[in-house]
Design a protein around this ligand. Sequence first.
Ligand code: SAM
Length: 245
Amino acid sequence: MLRLDIVSIFPEYFAPLDVSLIGKARERGTLDVRLHQLRDWAHDVHKTVDDTPYGGGPGMVMKPEVWGEAIDTVIGDGTPRMIVPTPSGRPFTQELAQELAREEWLLFCCGRYEGIDSRVMTEYGSRLRVDEVSIGDYVLAGGEVAVLVMVEAIGRLLPGVLGNACSAVDDSFAPGSMRNLLEGPVYTKPPVWRGHEVPGVLLSGHHGKVARWRRDEALRRTVKNRPELAANLDPQTLDKHDQAL
Ligand code: SAM
């Protein structure tokens, strides 16, 4: 069981966590998601959670006192791993998703405006493992969508969540032979659709040839779409056939 606490000024953003794989994982008790309204810890009549930035500049910054009270109440004496989404964080990767799926308790703190006062991360960094994490090189309006992305990527790796546990093994970026590789194209029935044929090797029933074809296609796609990943492939993981591609 993985416990997830999510603190946000928009807990309603997380309605999608009720459906599909993640919704079923919650029903089964594999995932325990607890949503918290940050404004519950703001004490003025307007429930203010932000203030002007020191040093000037546009936008507002989320207040440390409100976050401090919220986090103290949510965690009590516990020690979850704290994840703060921010475009200036370390990249969220499949490897990090795997690592987080092995934790017992994660606390996600969703920023808005120009982000959370940095002293909040300093304060809890002395007690908890705190990671500031970016889901990509672009700027969202708030951390909620970033947390949805992370929760879905982490949740599908938990035992029993995917119908076929092997599907995660063949995914793009999966540890092992797919590490740093994108998955190649996939096909289903019928064998011919609007004149487009499924590659013959996939109908051959020859497992060795199918595996070879999949690997070749994964390499081709990686070279085409993510040349920087292809350039960094460990030569020791490449056989002669790979290197010829
Ligand atoms: N001023 C910040 C900067 O340039 O780094 C951007 C703040 S953004 C408008 C507001 C919030 O959205 C952030 O505090 C963070 O929670 C979230 N956010 C935006 N882009 C993100 C990304 N790429 N990854 C993770 N969180 C993101």
